[in-house]
Design a protein around this ligand. Structure first.
Ligand code: LMR
Length: 331
């Protein structure tokens, strides 16, 4: 009798230990991205992991995969939708398969500076865009800044005519394709991880990116000139799938939402600092001359590139373009 009782007790204890072990199994969030750890996105992903693991210890574990080590930017969206990763921070230039409206951010010379971009992103129109892909199971959690883009090449680009017949590496975006065609150049869409090689081997002659990404990929080693045009923005949408986010236990989702807000503030502040620091790095490396434009010279680029807007106005929506332009005026 005593023996049977003991056996039952052991079974009960084992079952309860198993139950505890099963209940303790943390939710895993894989966060894949394509840039280095010392970039706005890289720092954001690491900070997200840190905060989640401090505040949701044992409940949620975050695995960060930087530098396209898990998925490149051609595969990360598919991976997200298949549930192979749970969060990505994808460049706003790379959403056209999912919504045409986000192409807005690629329109050249739309935003005067990152403060204007920020005002638009926080506006009701900007926030609506975050939720515009829910029908496709994509939920926008936040916008993360990287910064304003500069042009680069192996010859000085001062006037739009200087870009004629050059080939530029671009992110996969119809707007960016048109932007370079508008100055008589060719544009070659490529994933981020091959930009360096494409420039090194002469497959393309130039590119556009932020100082942060330029430094991250050491593009200064293969580009002799940067022209500080600030002609467009390269920012991110931090996304997950609606299926994943909506099925999280409510208390966990609430805490994750709070962490996203905090990390977003951190990324947006760091982005500015990193871009300034990485510009200095390019200067110090003495590989690359940074060309600054007079207002008249910059206007010449604007005049050539701005007609691109008209081609996309119908897809994006004239109202949205107007709202974005309004954000150039500080309240
Ligand atoms: C690029 O392809 O140049 C960028 O979108 C990379 C990134 O994620 O910043």
């Amino acid at each position: 009798m005593l023996k049977r009782l003991c056996k039952t007790l052991v079974c009960l204890l084992a079952a309860s230990a198993l139950g505890t072990a099963m209940a303790a199994e943390p939710i895993v969030i894989k966060f894949s991205h394509v840039v280095g750890e010392q970039t706005p996105k890289g720092l954001g992903a690491s900070m997200f992991k840190k905060r989640v693991e401090e505040r949701l210890a044992g409940k949620v574990r975050v695995e960060v995969y930087p530098n396209s080590t898990l998925f490149g930017d051609d595969k990360e969206m598919e991976a997200l939708l298949l549930g192979d990763v749970q969060i990505i921070a994808r460049s706003l230039a790379k959403f056209e398969q999912y919504t045409r409206k986000v192409q807005l951010f690629d329109l050249p010379f739309l935003f005067d500076d990152i403060a204007a971009v920020d005002r638009f992103q926080q506006s009701s129109e900007g926030q609506t865009l975050l939720k515009s892909m829910e029908g496709k199971n994509v939920t926008g959690l936040a916008y993360w800044h990287n910064g304003m883009k500069q042009l680069s090449a192996n010859k000085p680009l001062r006037k739009p005519e200087d870009a004629r017949n050059l080939a530029f590496r671009i992110q996969t975006s119809a707007v960016l394709q048109e932007q370079f065609q508008a100055v008589g150049a060719k544009a070659q869409p490529m994933v981020f991880s091959v930009a360096y090689q494409a420039l090194r081997t002469g497959l393309v002659n130039g590119t556009e990116n932020t100082y942060s990404n330029f430094h991250d990929q050491k593009l200064n080693e293969v580009q002799k000139y940067v022209t500080e045009t600030n002609h467009g923005v390269l920012d991110y949408m931090l996304i997950t799938t609606s299926d994943f986010w909506n099925n999280l236990p409510p208390d966990i989702r609430t805490e994750l939402d709070k962490i996203v807000v905090e990390v977003t503030a951190y990324v947006n502040q760091e982005a500015d600092r990193l871009n300034q620091q990485d510009k200095q790095y390019v200067l110090d490396a003495k590989t690359t001359e940074i060309i600054t434009l007079t207002p008249e010279e910059r206007n010449a680029w604007r005049d050539r590139m701005k007609p691109v807007w008209a081609k996309f106005e119908k897809e994006i929506g004239a109202d949205l373009i107007k709202a974005a332009q309004a954000s150039n005026v500080a309240p």
